[in-house]
Design a protein around this ligand. Sequence first.
Ligand code: IPE
Ligand code: IPE
Ligand code: MG
Length: 253
Amino acid sequence: MFEKFKKTNKKPVSISEEEIVKGSIPNHIAIIMDGNGRWAKKRSLPRTAGHHEGMKVVKRVTKLASRLGVKTLTVYAFSTENWKRPEDEVNYLLRLPQEFLGTFLPELIEENVRVRIMGNKEAIPAHTQKAVDKAVHDTKHNTGLVLNFALNYGGRAEILDAVNHILLDYQEGNLHKKIDEDVFDQYLMSAGLQDPDLLIRTSGEIRLSNFMLWQLAYTEFWFTDVLWPDFKEKHLLEAIHAYQKRGRRFGGV
Ligand code: IPE
Ligand code: IPE
Ligand code: MG
């Protein structure tokens, strides 16, 4: 259950998980988890404390998404631009997947979750790569929610990688058809996943920050001022409830 204020009288209205599942559930939800640093700063804690708290939120949100029947949950964990941060913070952020999977992998397996990764894996530390590869391997036969980590991911880099890969295939004589959207999709790091239906960004920032530029073409956006470490199950229900009230036209009438 969560509290929602009616515009008219500010009285809380409750919307339950049961009510939400009666409506259409977005197949793919993508989240730009933002505001960890500000959350920590408000508490006079180091920024890394915010990232640690944020990791716990990923666990809770994954469980709820899985319960609701969401097919794919993509979470933006580290962008190609996040290398600009202080070295300590970068190191901490790139160690987090290992910690997350170290404690949560057995539960993910139990929940039938399949772990996927998109981003430039080569540049991330070996220990993180190992943890991620293990999670992908150990969950590859699972048939439930796909938990897709965008790690060292950038939308522009992804598109350029795809273009370069296409050029290479063409030069090697392995490409005999025109590139249409479906073919291009297969060259992206999200190959095989449907485009996101709903994008959530926390912390009040209203921008994409290089996230899934191709795939978000017709996605519904939902922004909230809530900082990621404060994001609760009720906020996900609120976002989906807002999504359910939208009219998606895809250019039609
Ligand atoms: C999101 O929180 C986590 C990552 C970008 C990795 P931030 O660290 O960006 O937090 P703010 O935006 O500085 O508050
Ligand atoms: C986007 O957040 C990246 C992730 C959430 C991983 P940032 O905090 O890095 O984005 P900007 O710098 O505010 O655009
Ligand atoms: Mg930020």
